[in-house]
Design a protein around this ligand. Structure first.
Ligand SMILES: Cc1ncc(COP(=O)(O)O)c(C=O)c1O
Length: 393
């Protein structure tokens, strides 16, 4: 038997008529950029997650970049984040000219350890970006209170956490600004790339709307005025002013969610609770089957409700077990094999092996199993059998 780690085709087959009709409607409408589908999805997704404003964009990486830019974060600023995440989290910080400062994660939840955040704060720190890793919520109460006390923005990287709850509600995983990815394999994935910024702050929402379309139009001028005012500068009187997209007030981006993707996402959003329940069911069955085995199954923070974007096991012999899984046709891997503080792209920051011991240990001892909701029972049972054989071998 061969089992892939993620299988987006299977979900498509289940709902093909619905998803394809949504795409066809857009194709026939001729409205491919922006429009009713995009605005409707922004509203529906924001409401699902419990935020006031949703600003769609090209992908989850852009969502973080837009969020940081909208908060005025840039050169000379520091942003505290984790190294146990996908590259994009810290890449976005660097992309706006700021410096990522890495802290370690809790050894059980694999999410940012708030105890280490305070020690990392300097006068240059402007924001903290926790990552709800694998779909597990961070310790949001602690992080929120640290950010409030130190006047820092809390930017939540929710790329892996659509549908995750903290203290019973989805909105409790959100920060001042929150960033989502709709990469195809995500809990809510589109048929291409897509992302969204969520916030309750109208100013930030407006800035994101301007920045994603080359800093143009009414929102661009309004955001330029806001940025200048924050810097105690005067907007020049004599510059050309207009409300159309050909008047540019900020150096922004071209980052849009296509109407086709929005239309498909609207259909998928109708089934999201079923997708999350499927992931949770698979995780629970793995946990039960492996509870007596010599392997660490995922810890679920009792304050949260994990959405299991990824299901990872921990074992000192992870490399050997991954080989056995691969030999038996079960896709696996380490998410992620190189912690960000040791990535070549961040070599100039001067981190060394030993700086983040929990993260480094996890990168050597964890491996993932397929947990996507459409996994067949026979596949899950086969995977359990192979894992058990590997553990005994
Ligand atoms: C934690 C995290 N942050 C950010 C991103 C970036 O999202 P995207 O691939 O949509 O740019 C991802 C996605 O892969 C992610 O897993």
């Amino acid at each position: 038997m061969k089992v892939s780690l993620m299988n987006v085709q299977r979900q498509h087959e289940m709902y093909a008529a619905e998803y394809e009709q949504a795409a066809i409607n857009v194709l026939r409408s001729g409205g491919y950029i922006g429009g009713a589908e995009v605005s409707a999805f922004e509203e529906e997704f924001a409401s699902y997650q419990g935020a006031k404003y949703g600003i769609s964009c090209g992908n989850g990486t852009d969502a973080i970049v837009l969020a940081l830019r909208a908060l005025g974060i840039g050169a000379g600023d520091e942003v505290i984040t984790v190294a146990w995440t996908f590259f994009a989290t810290a890449e976005s910080i660097a992309a706006v000219g700021a410096t990522p400062v890495f802290v370690d994660v809790y050894p059980d939840t694999y999410c940012m350890d708030p105890n280490l955040v305070e020690a990392a704060i300097t006068e240059k720190t402007k924001a903290v970006i926790p990552v709800h890793f694998y779909g597990q919520s961070c310790d949001m109460d602690r992080l929120r209170s640290i950010c409030r006390e130190h006047h820092l923005y809390l930017v939540a990287d929710c790329a892996q956490a659509t549908g995750t709850k903290y203290k019973g509600e989805r909105k409790n995983i959100l920060g001042d600004v929150s960033c989502f990815s709709f990469f195809p394999t995500k809990n809510l994935g589109c048929d291409g790339d897509g992302g969204m910024v969520l916030t309750d702050d109208e100013d930030v929402a407006r800035a994101c709307r301007a920045l994603k379309v080359h800093g143009s139009g009414k929102d661009g001028l309004w955001t330029m005025r806001r940025e200048y005012a924050l810097q105690n500068r005067q907007v020049p009187d004599n510059m050309p002013k207009g409300d159309t997209k050909y008047y540019n007030y900020l150096i922004g981006y071209n980052s849009r969610l296509d109407a086709i993707q929005a239309a498909i996402l609207r259909k998928k959003l109708l089934h999201i609770d079923e997708f999350i329940a499927g992931r949770r069911k698979n995780a629970e069955l793995y946990n039960k089957a492996l509870e007596a085995c010599d392997v660490i199954t995922p810890f679920e923070d009792p304050n949260g409700e994990h959405s299991y974007y990824i299901y990872a096991l921990k074992h000192p012999d992870a490399a050997r077990i991954m080989n056995v899984l691969t030999e038996n046709g079960v896709a696996t891997g380490t998410y992620y094999p190189v912690p960000l503080h040791l990535q070549g792209a961040f070599a100039h920051l001067g981190y060394r092996e030993g700086n983040l011991p929990v993260t480094e240990d996890l990168s050597k001892t964890t491996f993932v199993l397929p947990v996507f909701p459409e996994l067949y029972d026979e596949e899950r049972e086969y995977i359990i059998r192979v894992v058990k054989e590997a553990l005994n071998g």
